[in-house]
Every structure is written in C-alpha cells, then in structure tokens.
Design a protein around this ligand. Structure first.
Ligand SMILES: [Zn+2]
Length: 461
C-alpha cells in the first residue's frame, strides 16, 4: 500500500486547530554514526526513556550517546543502561528566541550526498530523540513547525536576506511540508530529513532577529491551490530567467508549478519564453545576459554580494550563467560512476533531446563505444539523471548548451557546457525572489509570481 500524505485534507478542511509539531531526522541511519555528542545549555533539561525513565541532565557535561545493536546508551550514564530510545527535553515553558538557543550537537552531516557534504555542529531547539538501527544512530528533532521553519529559512538562505524574501521562503517551505502527497521517509521515526532531500534545516545557529520577525509575521500562512489543497511548493536556487513546468522535472504536473518568465514587463528576456533549441545559444550566451533585468540576474543580485544571502554550507558560485569544460576522461568517469554506463570505453557524442520551457534538458542521448568495440546509445531521462550523469559533483542545472570539440579523426576530445540557473527551476527561484525583495516587492507578490493559481491563507493562529 502506498504511504499516506502526512497532513491529509479531509472534506476540504485545510485549517488546523493548532500549530503542528513535526519530527525531523537530523542524523539518519545512512550517516553510519556509532556515537553522537551533545551538551545542554542550562540546568533543567531532562532525559527520558521509552518506559518512563526520567533523570536530570547537567549543564557543562558533554554527553555521548552510543548505538549498541538496536539500543542506545548514554555516558556519563544519567539514566542507567541500554534503552530502545532516549528523549532529551528542555525545561517546561522554555522557548528558543535567538541564534544558538538549544541543545548543542557535534558533527552533523550537512549536504548529504551532494558535492558540498560536510560535518557541522548544530544547536537544536525543543526535543531530541535518539534511536539505533543496526549500530547506527538515528536522531530526531521533535519541534513546533514555526521553530523548524526559522531554521529552514536561515539554512536554505542566510539570516541577512530582506524580510519580504524570508517570509516568501518560509511560506513556500511551510506549504511544501504540509503539501507532501506521501511521506518521503516511510518506516522511519521521522517524517522529513534535515537536508536537500527534503528541506535544509540546521537548527538555531543561523537565526537572526529578522528571521524570527519574518516567521512571526507570516505565522500559519500557506499557499492553497485551486482545488483547496496545500500547494506542494517546491523551490530551487536559480531558474536562470525562465522557471520550469513541474511535469518536465518530475514527469507529473503539480498544481501551481508552471513555467514563468522571471523578468519585468517589456524585458528583452520576453523573447526567451519559452526557451527552445533555436534560441538557446542566445538565451545562455547572448550579450543581453551582461545587463539583463531578470530578477535572478547579477544586475539585480550582484554575484560579489551574494555570499551574505546564501546558506552557511552553500558555495559561492555563478548561478545565472556558468561554464564547465569536460574532457573525454571527465566524461568517462562521471558517465561510468554516476551514469551507470559500466561498459563505456569512450564517448562519441552527447545529443540533446527534449527540453522543458526553461531550456532544461529532459532527455539526453549519449553515444559511446563499448569496451568490446561496439557502439551504443543510452538515453538519460529526467533533468536529475542528466545532472548526475554529466558530473561527479552534480551539474548545476540541465539547461545546457553543448559544444563539442572533435578531432580530425572524428574522436570527441572534450565538450563545453554553457549553462543557466541552479537546480530544477520549478516554483520559487530563491535568487529571483531575493532580487524581487531587493527591488521592493512584498512577500505575497513574490509568491504569486512563482506559484500560479494559488492563494494565501492563514491555517492556524
Ligand atoms: Zn528527506
């Protein structure tokens, strides 16, 4: 049986009686951590067990949780032996208000599976639960959704962004969370993980007063679709000027997520809607890109200032237009290790297939010589598979122009990829939304551009 929506809407009733509490996986079994260390910021924190055990924790002590088979143990041992779970809870009535509030946990994986993966310390508000799955720790943060969202808007982007952008980002994140049609991690003691697989959440470390204010101002507001559902409001870093239709990314349409041009009325960019094979070269490399008024362009959000608006683990890069050169050896490595073409000896050609309206490739044919001397063509489908196959570090986007350098004897020497945007490109463009806020737009104007045929509603007070 397919797993259910975590927040099902029955009889069109999308309003809620109270703020939901969510469970976020912070350390997953796949992280293969045998032990985790944490410390509590004040006295009054307590540790509990699944069968009612309860004991105080001390400020100033670094506690270690160890995974032992399917149980967990604490040292120094405040609670006595091995348990199925341990639950660390703050003093009753305490509430996080600023950066660094909460339980300090060491060495948590950020950027899981992506090229920017690293270990960072985090402070997590509210309740932590520890489990073990085959000697690997699973750590869950049980947290009111508004506190969680404060961590999301300062993890996805920085706490220095304009407040109207932060509100737009918070509402997209809240709507996305509630709008998931199925639980992304079935069978786990959490519903969502803390990383780009779901949404990036890194506790209270990046909180700013502006982020706290932004969350308070848009408390409980979500995007509701024409059919009275929570909008599955996906988002990405940069469209590159034209956003993408959901069905061109995930093969199924998503209510509210259709391609839009992200530039003011009368902009030169209008001639690139849609982006096609014919106008692609001009769209990506044309002189107009140097002074474009597209909201995600460097004219509106200069690349030298972008670092202060990005999340803590993002690498500063060129989001609007970028270039990547791949040698025959680079292609061979990524196509065999990430693309799964294990019989590949050398690449003969990359042939673009169908594109979405943002110019993102949905299909790519790779023609290659096999190890036994034959010739094969493999069709990659979906922008995700194409991005994975063409780079060991995951290509920024599949909106690419492919130029090949071929030797006189016909062998492919290298390819130059000129690309636009970063991410799948559907829904909110984070850099574009930031650009719109810098231009003075309100959060509702920003959201109603990126999501079509939706409305804003406060679903709990
Ligand atoms: Zn996830």
């Amino acid at each position: 049986m397919a797993s259910k929506a975590p927040f099902p809407i029955v009889n069109g009733q999308y309003k809620m009686k109270a703020e939901p509490i969510v469970r976020i996986g912070i350390v997953l079994a796949q992280d293969a951590k045998r032990e985790m260390q944490f410390s509590v910021p004040s006295d009054g924190y307590r540790v509990g067990t699944e069968n009612g055990g309860d004991a105080p924790l001390e400020k100033g002590t670094v506690y270690t949780v160890r995974a032992l088979g399917d149980g967990v143990a604490l040292s120094p041992d405040a609670i006595g032996g091995v348990h199925a779970s341990l639950r660390v809870a703050p003093p009753a009535g305490s509430r996080p208000t600023k950066a660094g509030d909460g339980i300090h946990v060491r060495k948590i994986v950020a950027g899981r599976g992506f090229h920017w993966q690293k270990l960072i310390d985090q402070t997590l508000s509210d309740v932590l639960e520890f489990f073990s799955q085959d000697d690997a720790i699973v750590m869950v943060n049980e947290i009111p959704i508004e506190n969680y969202l404060t961590g999301v808007i300062t993890g996805e982007m920085s706490g220095e962004c304009p407040i109207e952008f932060m509100k737009a980002q918070a509402i997209a994140a809240r709507s996305w969370l509630l709008g998931q049609p199925v639980a992304p991690h079935p069978g786990q003691p959490y519903l969502w993980c803390n990383d780009d697989c779901c949404q990036r959440y890194q506790g209270t470390e990046g909180w700013s007063q502006r982020a706290v204010d932004a969350i308070a101002q848009c408390r409980g507001e979500v995007l509701i679709t024409e059919s009275n559902k929570y909008c599955d409001a996906r988002y990405s870093k940069s469209t590159g000027t034209v956003s993408e239709d959901a069905e061109n990314v995930w093969a199924v349409p998503i209510e509210g997520l259709v391609a839009r041009l992200d530039a003011p009325k009368g902009s030169h960019a209008e001639k690139f809607f849609p982006v096609t094979e014919e106008n692609l070269r001009e769209y990506i490399l044309g002189d107009w890109t140097k002074h474009s008024d597209a909201y995600c362009s460097p004219t509106v959000v200069p690349e030298e200032t972008i670092k202060k608006y990005l999340g803590r683990v993002d690498e500063t890069g060129q989001y609007f237009r970028w270039q990547k050169k791949l040698t025959q050896a680079d292609l061979r490595e990524s196509l065999t290790t990430r693309g799964g073409l294990t019989d590949l000896a050398s690449v003969n050609a990359l042939r673009p297939g169908a594109r979405g309206r943002s110019g993102r490739l949905r299909e790519l044919d790779v023609v290659y010589t096999t190890k036994d001397g034959g010739t094969k063509t493999h069709k990659f489908t979906s922008e995700y598979n194409i991005r994975a196959a063409l780079s060991t570090k995951f290509l920024f986007s599949s909106c690419i122009l492919i130029d090949s350098d071929v030797a006189p004897d016909g062998t492919l020497r290298h390819v130059t990829l000129n690309g636009a945007g970063w991410g799948h490109g559907a829904g909110l463009c984070q850099i574009g939304g930031l650009g719109r806020a810098l231009k003075g737009q309100r959060y509702d104007e920003i959201l109603l551009h990126y999501y079509s045929n939706v409305r804003l509603e406060r679903i709990y007070s």
